[in-house]
Write a protein that binds this ligand. Sequence first.
Ligand code: 8Y4
Length: 269
Amino acid sequence: MSAPVVMGVLNVTPDSFSDGGRYLGRDAALMHAQSMIQAGAKIIDIGGESTRPGAASVSVGEELDRVVVAVEAVAAECDAVISVDTSTPEVMREAAALGAGMINDIRALTRPGALQAAAATGLAVCLMHMQGEPGTMQHAPLYADVVAEVEAFLAERVGTCVAAGIERSKLVLDPGFGFGKTDQHNLALLASLPQLAARGMPVLAGLSRKSMIGRLLERPVADRLIGSVVLALLAAQRGARIVRVHDVAETVDALRLLQVVNQVEAGQG
Ligand code: 8Y4
């Protein structure tokens, strides 16, 4: 079995949670992308809309400006798949034209026109589950059965995507850790990753620096490196094929060790 792939997070928002807008400019974005690729990232996830609770919503024009500059620069200069973190049809089309290879939509192509735009690009799509909307999703997340509900939602989105002409082989599934979930919900979804992976589509896990780590370990966002690496490793062990992370070098080390151990256990070491 091949090692999971690391997706490095490149924020181009001025109000982003953990990067404080440092990667707003073209050159800064490019340098950050290059350093993540050097550290072993195979996918660079470029996003221009903050999902932080209370973050100002971004106009289409502003999102286009930020994301397009970064996509163009990274596509021209770097050897990695570019994932565009967007729910906006115009941004999907524009990013695809500039060389993006994947659409990462936390709204799973539910915005008007997004399904058609994504299908027209022919790109791979990551479908993520979210309960509610970013501003309010953490107020009182409630499920009768979180695992069943996330699976049912993703199954419905897969069916809708296939009906719209997106090949099943281009779809990636993501339970959406932290998106309208309590710690208990997140932990149940982590435990159920093998079940999600058994659907036969690659699973993406995004746990890096998230609030669950802050709550479970009582760490501010600046001190969540170990927690993030451990959760990326646990997700990979449970079948995640892509891990979305801020700390690429450290995560790559952890995944290399997992790979070595798994190969020995499989009698291929
Ligand atoms: C500190 C730093 C605290 C970052 C919280 C955060 C996912 C995603 C995000 C995910 C997929 C985030 C765009 C949230 N999370 N896309 N995007 N899966 N597919 N929060 O889990 O990183 S943004």
